[in-house]
Design a protein around this ligand. Structure first.
Ligand SMILES: NC(=O)c1ccc[n+]([C@@H]2O[C@H](COP(=O)([O-])OP(=O)(O)OC[C@H]3O[C@@H](n4cnc5c(N)ncnc54)[C@H](O)[C@@H]3O)[C@@H](O)[C@H]2O)c1
Length: 313
């Protein structure tokens, strides 16, 4: 199914993620039906939609008319069959429990017309388990939003073992149409890509706290005022480029790696060590390195002026 064939959306689960995911679709013009276990829960979800829309208008992200339009394009139901009958693209965002997600996928598979694409917003489960018994293997996928999903741009997009290239392309196109940034994850693995990166940091922060290396407050402040401050401009790969580490001699790289991890170098660490030994950045043209640094520093200075007030400590 092409992007143009998607006319209506469905979201199963109206909790922390579901109501925000529904907003994305509705804000971008898709009539969206949101489903949950009871009308009471759905009323609460709609209250969250209302308050998110108020904030969007107050912050001048959208106009009052756009907010009203978004609100009016979202309807609710407790009947899964109604979602199946309505939507060409359905996002499952229910509780993180494999059995429940499997049940929803299987029911939707039965109820939906053949063209409907069904995706999961799971944080940690894999699609080959969630969709194990689904017949439309080519039309299932994963869109993993980050909370708050109606604000954070990046969305991981992954395939199950049978997801077709065309379904995958349609999902990515849909994310782009909704002004999201699709992050293509090439392998199926629990936690996919970004939760694993984020989780590695959290795990280490927790361990350092438990070992008494720093207080929780100092860890939080340290992350936010150092690499957290840089993050909107550079992730780990971009940082390797802009910090000039790619210019280091190979033996200095391996010293850096062992300093940062207590584990012996495994196959992957060996691979990255070899990549670093090539002495070339990931993205930056070495000829234009100084210009890239200037651009970075200008952005940091602007952010420093706008955001970071040491007196807030
Ligand atoms: N909260 C996050 O930061 C976050 C981020 C990314 C992904 N996720 C994933 O999104 C999914 C939802 O998480 P959440 O934080 O929104 O949870 P939540 O508990 O806030 O919301 C889940 C909603 O699903 C409803 N629900 C449960 N079973 C249902 C069923 N059978 N049919 C219809 N509705 C059902 C619940 O009533 C609830 O309203 C999970 O898979 C989670 O791992 C969460």
């Amino acid at each position: 199914m092409d992007l143009a064939d998607i006319k209506k959306a469905g979201v199963i689960g109206g909790g922390t993620m579901g109501f925000g995911i529904a907003i994305n679709f509705a804000l971008n013009g898709y009539p969206t039906v949101m489903s949950d276990l009871s009308d009471e829960i759905l009323n609460q979800s709609m209250n969250h939609v209302e308050s998110a829309m108020r904030l969007f208008v107050e912050e001048e992200l959208i106009t009052r008319e756009q907010a009203d339009g978004t609100r009016n394009r979202i309807t609710t139901t407790t009947d899964l069959a109604e979602v199946a009958a309505h939507a060409d693209f359905i996002t499952e965002a229910i509780v993180e429990r494999l059995k429940d997600k499997q049940e929803i996928f299987n029911k939707l598979d039965e109820l939906c017309p053949p063209h409907t694409i069904i995706v999961s917003n799971t944080s940690g489960l894999v699609l080959s388990d969630i969709g194990a018994d689904v017949k439309r293997q080519d039309k299932i996928g994963l869109t993993h939003y980050f909370t708050p999903p109606h604000i954070v741009p990046g969305v991981e997009v992954a395939k199950g073992p049978g997801t077709s290239d065309s379904t995958y392309a349609t999902i990515c196109d849909l994310m782009k149409k909704m002004k999201k940034v699709p992050i293509r994850v090439l392998k199926e693995l629990p936690g996919y890509l970004l939760n694993r990166i984020q989780g590695a940091m959290t795990q280490e922060a927790n361990r350092l706290w438990a070992e008494g290396v720093a207080t929780a407050e100092e860890i939080e402040l340290g992350v936010k005022s150092t690499f957290g401050f840089r993050m909107p401009h550079e992730g780990p790969m971009g940082h390797y480029d802009l910090s000039g580490v790619w210019k280091w001699p190979a033996d200095a790289h391996s010293a850096l790696q062992t300093r940062q991890t207590t584990e012996p170098l495994d196959e992957a660490a060996q691979k990255i060590t070899e990549r670093m030994a090539e002495g070339r950045p990931w993205f930056v043209d070495p000829e234009k390195f100084d210009r890239a640094i200037q651009k970075r520093d200008r952005e940091y200075i602007r952010r420093l002026k706008a955001l970071y007030n040491p007196e807030d400590r």
